[in-house]
Design a binder for this molecule. Structure first.
Ligand code: FE
Length: 205
């Protein structure tokens, strides 16, 4: 995917150098490696990332882990960039039916934000924090390690926070909690709501 904004667009919350390195080195590295791994398996190249991740078992044993790791990281990073958008940080809150659902599920926005943030602080080593919708239409919070994601629990991911060190180290060094606090200023609630509405249409069908 192409980054939907400039490297500097998330300043001062997530700095330009971090976004540039994250997108054009880390994320692009996973894309390049995945394409290289799949040259042996052209039938997988036409799949969506979701289809590919659901088809890992069809690969030869030696390719399963590297394809999973790189495809997972591409999927997770795509969603991460979509989760974010330029914002001045003021009153950046969900609205409409997503806001209602968050309040109904977690009590209020502050509780949701705290639970999500705490998962990011608690994640040992590299990983991700997710807001997803499960098959019963419930909102759920998960943390996953390395390249894992909630697709494998049949959930629809709505938003994600990268808590690999490369997501924050240049600006925040070891202070992951400061990065997490800044993350909330630039969440793209319009896009998260859009994904929630699409997930709901699927649930109703
Ligand atoms: Fe990352």
């Amino acid at each position: 995917m192409s980054l939907p904004y400039q490297f500097s667009a998330l300043e001062p919350h997530i700095d330009a150098q971090t976004v540039e390195t994250h997108y054009s080195k880390h994320h692009a590295g996973y894309v390049g490696k995945l394409n290289e791994l799949l040259t042996e398996f052209p039938e997988f190249l036409t799949m969506t990332l979701e289809e590919l991740l659901a088809s890992i078992d069809k690969l030869p044993e030696k390719s399963k882990t590297p394809v999973f790791n790189n495809a997972g990281q591409v999927y997770n990073h795509n969603l991460y960039w979509e989760t974010l958008a330029p914002n001045d940080g003021e009153n950046n809150l969900p609205t409409g039916i997503l806001a209602d659902k968050i309040n109904q599920t977690f009590g209020d926005f502050a509780t949701f934000k705290k639970q999500f943030s705490d998962l990011g602080i608690a994640q040992f080593g590299s990983g991700w924090v997710w807001l997803s919708q499960d098959l019963d239409g419930k909102l759920t919070l998960d943390k996953t390690s390395n390249a894992e994601n909630p697709l494998f629990q049949n959930k629809t991911p709505l938003m994600v926070m990268d808590v690999w060190e490369h997501a924050y180290y240049l600006k925040y060094q070891n202070l992951r909690a400061k990065y997490i606090e800044s993350f909330w200023n630039v969440v793209n609630w319009t896009e998260v709501s859009r994904k929630f509405e699409i997930a709901n249409l699927k649930t109703i069908e």
